[in-house]
Design a protein around this ligand. Structure first.
Ligand SMILES: [Cu+2]
Length: 174
């Protein structure tokens, strides 16, 4: 398990936390990564997911790093095109080396994959994830297996960022 020493707290939105738990989390002043989770869990049934995890967890994950912005604060994903294969296990390392907040938003892509986990600091999140928010200096690791071929759009929806070219494409092939 990778633990980034400067990433020890995250906030999960859209999950029903008791209010007090929320307040405790929000009081931490070094929250640097927010994961926005959707509660629409993936189309795969629990039985499918169990099978998938049994079969797919055995294969080593292919590591891919995508940088959200860069140290020159250019508004782009690097790389901005990913090619993935159905049935392979991937470990997507997301980093934000810029001084700006960015999102990794890939709504349809999230419906075409099975997410094993998203890990940020000491917290692991399970379930379908459509959008990740990375504050400056944040890192997150997304482990998944593509299930459906297709070409999926990627963008950072922060006002002005998509328009400036902070977009990308994720191609899943059979
Ligand atoms: Cu951005």
């Amino acid at each position: 398990m990778k633990i980034h020493k400067y990433l020890d707290q995250i906030v999960i939105t859209s999950v029903n936390f008791p209010t007090t738990a929320w307040l405790q989390i929000l009081r931490r002043n070094y929250v640097i990564l927010t994961l926005l989770l959707s509660l629409n869990f993936i189309a795969a049934t629990p039985a499918m997911a169990a099978n998938l995890s049994g079969d797919f967890l055995k294969q080593p994950a292919t590591e891919i790093t995508v940088s959200l912005g860069n140290s020159a604060n250019e508004l782009k994903f690097e790389p901005n095109h990913l090619e993935l294969l159905v049935g392979k296990r991937y470990e997507l390392q997301l980093t934000n080396p810029s001084q700006l907040k960015h999102y990794f938003t890939a709504k349809d892509f999230a419906d075409g994959i099975w997410t094993q986990k998203v890990q940020a600091g000491k917290v692991e999140i399970k379930g379908a994830i459509h959008e990740l928010e990375l504050k400056p200096g944040a890192e997150a690791e997304w482990v998944f297996v593509p299930l459906k071929s297709g070409t999926y759009g990627l963008r950072c929806p922060i006002p002005g960022h998509t328009e400036a070219g902070m977009t990308g494409e994720i191609a899943i092939k059979n």
